[in-house]
Design a protein around this ligand. Structure first.
Ligand code: PMP
Length: 404
């Protein structure tokens, strides 16, 4: 698979060297069809949506609601009503945590189970909910192989477990969590335990069928799936979205407003106060279509080949420790090298044209558990090639020779 020509930004040179972009877990680059969709929106459709009587408003409204249907189809959601447009994965998770706080459905003594490898955006909103409600946060430890500890998790579950929130794929380790088993176990003691899956690193890399998964919420960011920044999706089961109260108040989320009281709009508009990111949402749907046209199974296979080749190569370099297992991982690899600071390695790689991410990856509790300050992370998308892997390996070898 070589789709580099679809991504004009990949022609960038870093000094004299071609850019090798391996920071896709932070954000993906955008293909031509996405760039064109953005221009098309502002050139042909731009108008505020939903209440306009005029032609452009009708066009923009139609395109926006068509985008919602495309997202629903992409996730295999039961209905368009279950698709809430947000500004990103972080906003999606906060929406759930904040509405749960307002709902009074989480009480003192309830427990919220999260994972040690969770991104801060899937920890802090729950801590805030705990502060408000008196609930208790329960992190699941990792196994020594740095995988999800199913035994420890099952031991943590009890009738007090109100919420279970975890990443499908950890952004710092690349470990793919056993999603379906985690969800099934979550409800064993208490059938109404609420389950949220953070899909920031799985969407666009693996097929996702929210109905088959069986969670209550699935969140992801548009910019990590070839779409624009400032876009995201919260999929929520219709029955639970109906039960929860609105969070942000304003235009669009209301049915009728008077000084005596306000009634709220139907789903999903109840959760979309104010003018949405109309262009962004339409373009996000275009980005998802792009992945479907390439084919998610083909993307997964291509990324798996590159990930395996990178692991095989890194493993041979002196001192390199790959975090997490070699198999059962997503399209990213995090390493530590004793005696070498991740930032120094990242800086030298940058000088050789290789873009990686260094640091704690917004996973400080994980770093604390591992007793490290950060890692060097290489992450793939469909626009990478085996040549990128080779260049990254050669550059890493040279950089380590300078640093060790
Ligand atoms: N969860 C995971 C697993 C992530 O990797 C990220 C982004 N690094 C987020 C949540 C937050 O995404 P955003 O910053 O786009 O809201």
């Amino acid at each position: 698979m070589d789709l580099r020509t679809e991504f004009p930004i990949l022609d960038t040179r870093v000094g004299k060297r071609p850019l090798v972009y391996l920071d896709n877990a932070a954000t993906t680059q955008k293909p031509l069809s996405v760039l064109q969709a953005e221009q098309n929106y502002y050139q042909r459709l731009n108008s505020n949506i939903h209440r306009g009587a005029h032609y452009l408003s009708r066009l923009a409204t139609e395109a926006h609601e068509q985008a919602r249907s495309s997202v629903a189809q992409f996730l295999h959601a039961a209905s368009d009503k279950e698709i809430v447009f947000t500004s990103g994965c972080t906003a999606s998770i906060n929406l759930v945590a904040q509405t749960l706080a307002l709902s009074g459905m989480v009480c003192a003594g309830d427990e919220i189970v999260v994972t040690t490898d969770a991104h801060h955006s899937n920890i802090v909103p729950w801590q805030m909910l705990c502060q408000r409600s008196g609930a208790i946060l329960r992190p699941v430890p990792l196994t020594v192989e740095l995988t999800f500890d199913m035994e420890a998790y099952e031991a943590l579950l009890s009738p007090r477990t109100r919420i279970v929130a975890f990443p499908y794929i950890s952004n710092a380790l690349g470990v793919v969590n056993p999603v379906e088993k985690i969800i099934t176990a979550a409800r064993r003691n208490r059938p109404d335990t609420i389950v949220l899956v953070d899909g920031a690193q799985s969407t666009g890399h693996q097929l996702v069928d929210v109905q088959r998964l069986g969670a209550d919420f699935y969140a992801f960011s548009g910019h990590k799936v070839y779409g624009p920044t400032g876009t995201g999706i919260l999929w929520g089961r219709e029955s639970i979205l109906e039960t929860l109260p609105p969070w942000l108040g304003g235009g669009e989320m209301i049915r009728e407003v008077s000084f005596n009281g306000t009634t709220y709009n139907d789903l999903p508009f109840k959760y979309e106060a104010g003018t949405p990111n109309i262009c962004g949402n339409i373009v996000l749907a275009e980005a998802l279509k792009f992945t479907q046209a390439v084919g998610i199974p083909a993307i997964e296979e291509h990324e798996q080949q590159m990930t395996k080749a990178l692991c095989d190569g890194l493993e041979k370099l002196p001192g390199v420790r790959i975090l997490g297992p070699k198999t059962g991982r997503g399209a990213l690899v995090s390493i530590v090298v004793p005696g070498v600071h991740h930032y120094d390695l990242g800086t030298l790689l940058d000088q050789m044209g290789i873009a990686v991410r260094t640091g704690h990856h917004c996973c400080q509790p994980l770093m604390q558990a591992l007793g490290i300050t950060g890692t060097t992370r290489y992450s793939f998308s469909l626009c990478n090639t085996m040549e990128d892997v080779q260049l990254a390996l050669e550059a890493t070898e040279r950089a380590l020779a300078m640093l060790q």
